[in-house]
Write a protein that binds this ligand. Sequence first.
Ligand SMILES: Nc1ncnc2c1ncn2[C@@H]1O[C@H](COP(=O)(O)OP(=O)(O)O)[C@@H](O)[C@H]1O
Ligand SMILES: [Mg+2]
Length: 538
Amino acid sequence: MDTPESIFIGAGERPQHLLLKYANRHGLIAGATGTGKTVTLQVLAEGFSRAGVPVFLSDIKGDLAGLSQTGTPSPGFDERAAKIGLGDIGYQASPVTFWDLFGEQGHPVRTTISEMGPLLLSRLLDLSEAQEGVLSIVFEIADREGLLLLDLSDLQALLTFAAENSKEISSTYGNVTSASVGAIQRKLLTLRQQGGENFFGEPALQLSEFMRTTWDGRGYVNILAADKLMATPQLYATFLLWLLSELFEELPEVGDPQKPKLVFFFDEAHLLFDDAPKALVDRIESVVRLIRSKGVGIYFVTQNPIDLPDRVLGQLGNRVQHALRAFTPRDQRVVKSAAETFRANPAFTVSETITQLGVGEALVSPLEAKGVPGIVERALIRPPASRMGPITRDERLEIIAKSPVGTRYDNAVDRESAYEILKKRGDEAARESAEEREKAEKSPARRVSTRQSAGAAFGTSFLRSIASALGRAIVPLILTFIGAKAAGGRSTTRTASASSSRQSVGEAFGKSVARSIGTSVGKQISRGVLGSLSKGIK
Ligand SMILES: Nc1ncnc2c1ncn2[C@@H]1O[C@H](COP(=O)(O)OP(=O)(O)O)[C@@H](O)[C@H]1O
Ligand SMILES: [Mg+2]
């Protein structure tokens, strides 16, 4: 049985509970295919929902959609329940919101190029180191000028500009070759063909949508349809990373709460780390470490625990290890190292038991009082209260129609209004950036701003050349910028509206032209750990 402080997961010699208080110290669900990982995930998601904790998970095979329906009693379930001392399975549907990057099986999810940032985009496009360098430069220029990029077309336009002005850019920022730019452009094209452009645009997802509870205090389970998405594992992994980084940037510090604010399940978690450059792994590692104090628990689901980097694995406190096979020497090594991560139980040898576990049975070790790993126990996992397996199209449509998200995201907005929305968020990131700079300037260890002035000077010429790249009509807007810079001195803390008479001319017909490449907040914008826009909400 659940208690007010814990979720019941199953029982062996003793009942096993996941303590809500330590649920933000992350977790791991591992095991070979068909051993019960998905059902364990379902059981945990239901438990969190009952405890009032919203959940996010991805549904790779469509079999987690059943969370939205009441379970069907079966003799097998009754038998299992009896064995583990669960008097009442309590069949019940969980409150579910469906999401889908392609907008077919749930509410669409979108973000913008500016918000995703160079680090994750490089990963998404699978760029080489040199290409990644070029993309970072392009973003640095855009960020410094407060130029916002909405979708793939904006990025393409900026890349074209960079190629045409590579000489000038290279001398200030670093090497930009047309070969690299060409390669990035080709990869953008592939991404487009894979349907990636659905994902970039407005209205972008508001994370508060994921934090909902029902009127009777149950947490919503947010299910991302990922069957089609898995055809492009790079897009899948980058999308989830972007979500993590947004959560990290937006949520306030809460220390160690009585229960998590949100629990995030990362299925097929090895995809995050396959061929990931060290820099990215480092960032992921720090986000995982730091997000805990924002009340977010992350549960990685994967076949072999050694698919995850040690430093990440070491942070996953609550563990459920399903059966592993031990046919090959490699298998045996995996079993051995998985066994070593548990606090031993004198009653059995962990490495032997791992290979003998039945379906829906696992070695369980949740964190105990004071956050210490519990002695590992062999336990039968409880049957889920919601339906195990997929749902029909009609059942899905009914849930979507009733969803509190409504029609807010159903249609992409046109580029004009999309920029308006994006600009608002860009303004926030710019304000944050300006505040930080002000703080830095007040501090005694202030750095001399030679580099900045070089940058500002370049910025001016950069804008001039953008103007020539885009045609004459943009010139007035550019002049507005330059005017602001001249008048402001410390241009980054001023807005374009703070300056000279030339601006009114600029405003008259410049702005809409600027939109052919992006819109501008007129100020430098800043980025967080994984490179998404920092939001300044602390
Ligand atoms: N806790 C459980 N209670 C009842 N049946 C279970 C449980 N765990 C697994 N099963 C059975 O095992 C099957 C495979 O489990 P699943 O979670 O899909 O495996 P995996 O995700 O590891 O491939 C399920 O369809 C179900 O029939
Ligand atoms: Mg599964």
